[in-house]
Design a protein around this ligand. Structure first.
Ligand code: F6P
Length: 317
């Protein structure tokens, strides 16, 4: 199943799981609409050609949902009944931390082998250097910033661009460096507004014609509009605009990076189950497949790399 917020490359991961199962002579079923589909019995067998031509498609053909019912014991009992009815032996969940929390509980309650594949644009899971969809989302955000740069420099404006990430700044950091932003503000750091003001003043003194500040959603200083207002109150000479990129970051054809990652993780998930692994998330660390207990992948905070902030600072003068 795919569960939670969709991410580009989820289809590639489903394809890899299906094809790897068939390769190893394992019957495989798709559960539609995440845990809601398990509760309602929206389950059907997938065959080798069921997953033809989906490698390059964004979204998830299995559909996705954030299931409230699965949070309840009654919901999980219904899910277990369908699990047994279809004679399933193991569950592969492609999703993010919320989906993995559900998988972990379900696995413990009913003693079901479960393996997680990290699929979220947020990249906020420990136990993997990258989650499926993150690279595509960063490329989409950087491309949007490039376009904003054209208009920003034509009018010598200051833009605040808000990107997704829930409470993690990974998309913000990558798209800010990739898009040449003057500053980036992330939820993980306490960033005083005075620091931003100073940086913008320095740029203005250096004849910097256009400025782009990337704001991650969930920042301590507020959203992009709040931060723009705070700057406007202190620096009235800037002509300021705000763009919130929103859900367009979740769509589109996955990059090759995401397709390869999804393909590798899908095969490794099936091979992990065959080796008797359970309650683990399959990830990639230093370009090697790694299995991490699901509860660690959810609980351990994945930290932003200070090196990236150092590089961004050097380049934003
Ligand atoms: O987790 C992926 C994500 O896109 C976050 O970046 C964002 O905060 C959230 O999902 C948005 O959720 P929804 O699509 O339910 O509005």
């Amino acid at each position: 199943m795919t569960s939670g917020g969709d991410a580009p490359g989820m289809n590639a991961a489903v394809r890899a799981v299906v094809r790897a199962c068939i390769y190893y002579d394992i019957q495989v079923f798709g559960i539609y609409k995440g845990y809601d589909g398990l509760i309602s019995g929206n389950i059907e067998e997938l065959r080798v050609r069921s997953v033809a031509n989906i490698l390059s498609r964004g979204g998830t053909f299995l559909l996705s949902a954030r299931s409230d019912e699965f949070r309840t014991k009654e919901g999980r009992i219904k899910a277990y009944e369908n699990f047994k009815k279809h004679e399933l032996d193991a569950l592969v969940v492609i999703g993010g931390d919320g989906s993995f929390t559900g998988a972990d509980i379900f696995s413990r309650e009913f003693d079901i082998p479960v393996i997680g594949i990290p699929g979220t644009i947020d990249n906020d899971l420990a136990g993997t250097d990258f989650t499926i969809g993150f690279d595509t989302a960063c490329n989409t955000a950087a491309e949007a910033i490039d376009k904003i740069r054209d208009t920003a420099s034509s009018h010598e404006r200051l833009f605040f661009v808000e990107v997704m990430g829930r409470d993690a700044g990974f998309i913000a950091v990558n798209s800010a460096i990739g898009g040449g932003a003057v500053a980036m503000i992330v939820p993980e750091h306490n960033y005083p507004i005075e620091k931003l003001i100073k940086r913008l003043q320095k740029g203005a003194a250096n004849q910097k014609a256009s400025n782009i500040v990337v704001i991650a959603e969930g920042c301590q200083l507020g959203n992009a509009y709040d931060i723009a207002d705070q700057v406007k109150a202190k620096l009235d000479y800037f002509d300021i605009r705000v763009t919130v990129l929103g859900h367009l970051q979740r769509g589109g054809s996955p990059t090759t990076m995401d397709r390869v990652l999804a393909s590798r993780l899908g095969v490794a998930a099936v091979e992990g189950l065959r080796d008797g692994k359970s309650k683990v998330m399959v990830g990639i660390i230093n370009n090697k497949i790694a299995y991490t207990p699901i509860n660690e992948a959810i609980k351990i905070e994945k930290r932003l790399d200070p090196e990236e902030f150092r590089v961004a600072k050097i380049l934003s003068i």
